[in-house]
Design a protein around this ligand. Structure first.
Ligand code: DDH
Length: 282
């Protein structure tokens, strides 16, 4: 069900007061929802808003906030994200000067930080398109049923390399799969509202077996059967190059945080025509 939090309306602000927007976002995170936080859902919104980018045609990306419009809001990959967009409406109402595209990406960055993750450089400058005429074709976000080749096709298209792919995939330390959204079920870790390198630890330390159920092929840990991995998650173990980075991040959380912060910051900026580069931390 759509949850409308009983939180008090966010405080208003003067244009450019991003600290006030950050505070409004932070105040929404802890809630009686899923594992106790909207954080993972907001990270997924920021990622899906950005992950449509294609570096060759320079189309897609977070600029425009086109997920407000059909058909993008109705893509199968975006199921459940209306909850995140609705959650942020009171923040937009309190700070009407911020664009949706800046708000959605900032919400992802704030959520990561508030859940214990690294500081991600973020800057404003995105504008909202008035309609859905610039929506890109469906199919640019990853398909969880596929393997390493697909991951490379999808992420190299955005301008990421193999190391970035593994670092970004570490976001699955957060949140869970919902049968009514993706068809998959369950969390990747036992601490899904804390940003850590636990995803990589679970990946390397468990034996993964196909889950026996009516749903799509997914894997469960052989010891407890309570943790899950998607076929694309396990592709990070079976591919030699990906595996090298998985092993590093499982051992060295600092290294993961550092690489994730850079890659996620870059993801949030794909296709955004900033007047000048590069981003400075704010
Ligand atoms: Fe993801 N992701 N993701 N993901 N993702 C799902 C949930 C979350 C894939 C598939 C799924 C990234 C990469 C991939 C988050 C962040 C990121 C779900 C479950 C599926 C399926 C949705 C549901 O049922 O609610 C696939 C495939 C890939 C890939 O191939 C690489 C990346 C790069 C990120 C990122 O943020 C950088 C987060 C967070 C969630 C948890 C959402 C929630 O509601 O909880």
């Amino acid at each position: 069900p759509l949850v409308s939090p009983a939180a008090p309306a966010p405080k208003t602000s003067t244009p450019g007061d991003y600290a006030a927007v950050r505070a409004s976002i932070s105040s929404l995170l802890d809630a009686d929802y899923d594992d106790g936080s909207y954080g993972p859902l907001l990270v997924r919104l920021a990622w899906h808003a950005s992950g449509t980018y294609d570096k060759v045609s320079c189309t897609g990306g977070s600029n425009g906030a086109t997920m407000r419009f059909p058909p993008e809001c109705a893509w199968a990959a975006n199921r459940g994200l209306a909850i995140a967009r609705d959650l942020l409406e009171p923040v937009k109402a309190a700070h009407p000067w911020i664009s949706y595209s800046d708000l959605w990406t900032l919400a992802g960055v704030v959520a990561i930080e508030d859940m214990g993750g690294p500081t991600v450089a973020w800057r404003p400058g995105r504008v909202d398109y008035p309609d859905g005429s610039k929506i890109v074709p469906d199919g640019r976000l990853p398909d969880a049923t596929q393997g390493a080749k697909h991951l490379r096709n999808i992420f190299h298209r955005m301008g990421f390399d193999d190391r970035d792919i593994v670092a970004l995939s570490g976001a699955h330390t957060l949140g869970r799969c919902h049968p009514d959204r993706s068809g998959f079920s369950g969390p990747w870790t036992n601490a899904p509202t804390t940003f850590s390198n636990l995803y990589f630890q679970e990946l390397v330390n468990n034996k993964w077996r196909p889950k026996k159920w009516d749903g799509p092929l997914q894997y469960e840990d052989a010891k407890t059967g309570t943790l899950m991995m998607l076929p694309t998650d396990l592709a990070l173990l079976s591919d030699r190059t990906f595996k090298k980075w998985v092993s590093l991040y499982a051992k060295d959380e600092q290294e993961f945080f550092k690489d994730f912060a850079v890659a996620f910051g870059k993801l949030m900026e794909l296709g955004v025509p900033f007047p000048e580069k590069p981003a400075a931390a704010s």
